[in-house]
Write a protein that binds this ligand. Sequence first.
Ligand code: NAI
Ligand code: MG
Length: 348
Amino acid sequence: STVSLAVIPGDGIGPEVTAEAVKVLQAVTAGGPVRFDLTEYRLGAEHWLATGETLPEETLEALKGHDAILFGAVGAAPGDKSMPSGLIERELLLKLRFSFDHFVNLRPSRLYPGVASPLANPGTIDFIVVREGTEGPYTGNGGVLRAGTPQEIATEVSLNTAHGVERVVRDAFRRANDRPRKKLTLVHKHNVLVNAGQLWKRTVEAVAAEFPEVTHDYLHVDAATIFMVTDPARFDVIVTDNLFGDIITDLAAAVTGGIGLAASGNLNMDGTFPSMFEPVHGSAPDIAGQQKADPSAAILSAALMLRHLGLEKEAARVEQAVEADVAARTGEPRTTAAIGNAITAAVS
Ligand code: NAI
Ligand code: MG
């Protein structure tokens, strides 16, 4: 069979790391029953500067026809004053996540053997964060009154629907049920954000009844950041809202040795729309064009895609190859392509 894959390399290191992920993908599926048919889309800050387009309707329509999307990173270089702040995030990245109903933002965190954690006693870190991807404070539900005056009022209303919370909580319980430790932690702030917090808490209690083998507990987000540093081994599956998930997954990436290894999937679990896979990191203008970026996060994101598409064996091969490559690293600098080629050779 053929998987129709859209590739959006984006800006900065995006094209560099995506090229390596594509090499690995092609190598691991070569000679197998599933073939990837790639279509590249030029989108991002550079494309906006050249054309004034962020994500035209016809491009969105075309993307909808693919089975999956591999995304690099987008974002202008800091010296570029012509790009309005947040434009590309809102009009491209968030628009894709919302249009394609990517309600599960899956972010695994593992401390790989041989990787140095900044923590003195990291223990075994192996958890996943299931971050809600379509609601919370990121929906643009707000506005500004009396702009620019001393009486300015700015709102960013967090949106939480029973439907939206329930489907992501159920997804997180399913994932917990499939893991050996079968443990779910809800992270929120229901003592202060009582309205949304109670909805999340009640939903977890209700859905828990469907998964008798999964144990569950609760942490306020501030306490969760402490445990992520003092005892990250306590986590198995975390389910949380869009904002908290954004923040704690950067911390999770830091304690597991860095952003160069953090992968993610924006999943439409109904299969109505293509899911999108991307490294957690951004376009890293400070190292762009220098072959200094670690492509591992992009390659691990491709592995998440393989698993989402039902290609479990291929996904595991890619993850093992990254793990072996990471374990063998000596600290000698290697180019983006050298890392990608080594992992490609290992899965071939
Ligand atoms: P960033 O993730 O691009 O970079 C943060 C730091 O990590 C930099 O020092 C960078 O060199 C380093 N880094 C990032 N990825 C790396 C890799 N693969 N290998 C080695 N080092 C790596 O975040 P920053 O600097 O806050 O944002 C830069 C641009 O990216 C901004 O325009 C921002 O809006 C955008 N951005 C885009 C995202 C996306 O497309 N999903 C996510 C985060 C930021
Ligand atoms: Mg982030």
